[in-house]
Design a protein around this ligand. Structure first.
Ligand code: TYM
Length: 330
């Protein structure tokens, strides 16, 4: 049997290069060899209460960005979470073997409570349960994600194991967070600290034009230059090097590392190179996004086609779970 790979993204805004390099690019590389599912987590995006018009628009935008990045509906099952009602049913069942204590201890939940104390809804608390449902309902083995999702993947494994132990079955495989060949990636933001995020305003988007990419990179926070080459690099500069390592050739990275060590680095030159290397990857994708975005008919077809295939896989798992749990009279 081919391994099953699944990945997803919340439909809360345009894709940035963190999403692309952290998850999407890895997934795209696996389309030819694995049984792949990719979906848009529109139910997850409801925790922030988007207005109905934006809720719908965001799903279409993200779908166009996926397709433009190289996801192929013939090779992968591409679908929208809410078009698979089996997910909501399994989520209800999964809540019965997830504990409030462990959910309250999740880092992402604690961060949301700190940042948005006026909107601590139950959907936020059970966010990892819904995410585990997304993964387990297709019995995924590998889940390409960025480093920020590591804890959620660990929880998915706990829920899978708990179900198997509780009912003494080998039903769910334990899913692993995955990056093609290396450790999970955290793409930093351009503001000097933390990760690139949709709500942080520190990102480069796949839809940014050349001028915007250059402007954003040139404004990225640095420091006043290496004081002592043996001292640890400041966080903002380390972040720029991290992005350079992700988007540029090894030779380019080595060149700037040497310059840094010898004290002769000019951050302006390095940023210019970085912006050019980012553009080489994102501008062709941007062109395709603009093309696909206007084609509502095509996008509708992709969603319907994906929903059918995703439901076939999800309903099989759900039926299995219900039988194990004792719903046999249906
Ligand atoms: P989301 O929408 O925040 O991000 C989508 C994917 O992009 C990765 N990512 C990053 N990777 C590296 N560096 C960054 N700065 C960066 N920012 C985002 C994320 O790790 C993720 O892989 N809860 C998920 C969506 C989801 C999901 C799932 C993912 C719901 N169910 C099941 C996988 C499997 C989320 O909010 O991702």
């Amino acid at each position: 049997m081919k391994e099953i790979v699944l990945s997803g993204i919340r439909s809360t805004g345009n894709l940035h290069i963190g999403n692309y390099f952290g998850a999407l690019r890895n997934f795209i590389r696996m389309q030819d060899t694995s049984n792949c599912f990719f979906f848009i987590a529109d139910l997850h995006s409801l925790t922030t209460h988007p207005d109905p018009e934006n809720f719908h628009k965001n799903v279409k935008t993200v779908l166009a960005e996926y397709l433009a990045s190289g996801l192929d509906p013939e090779k992968s099952v591409i679908f929208v979470q809410s078009t698979v009602p089996e997910v909501s049913e399994l989520y209800t069942l999964m809540n019965m073997w997830s504990y409030v204590g462990e959910l309250e201890r999740t880092s992402s939940f604690k961060e949301k409570v700190r940042k948005h104390p006026n909107n601590v809804n139950a959907g936020l608390l059970t966010y990892p349960v819904l995410m585990a449902t997304d993964i387990l309902i297709h019995k995924a083995h590998k889940v390409p994600v960025g480093k920020d999702q590591e804890q959620h993947l660990e929880m998915s494994r706990v829920f899978a194991r708990r179900f198997n132990n509780m009912y003494n079955v080998e039903f769910f495989p334990e899913p692993a967070a995955y990056n093609f060949g290396t450790d999970l990636v955290k793409v930093p933001g351009l503001d000097g600290s933390g990760k690139m995020g949709k709500s942080e305003g520190n990102g480069i988007y796949l839809t940014d034009d050349e001028k915007t990419v250059h402007r954003k990179v040139m404004r990225a926070v640095t420091d006043s230059g290496p004081v002592n080459p043996d001292a640890p690099m400041s966080e903002p500069v380390q972040n720029l090097f991290t992005i350079l390592q992700i988007v540029s050739d090894g030779e380019v990275v080595r060149f700037y590392e040497e310059k840094y060590k010898s004290g002769g680095i000019r951050y302006g030159d390095m940023k210019k190179q970085l912006a050019e290397d980012i553009c080489k990857i994102t501008l062709p994708i941007r062109e395709r996004i603009l093309e696909i975005q206007g084609n509502d008919k095509y996008l509708d077809e992709v969603v319907k086609y994906g929903a059918e295939k995703a439901r076939a896989s999800a309903s099989k798992t759900l039926a299995g779970v219900k039988e194990i749990m004792g719903f046999k009279w249906f």
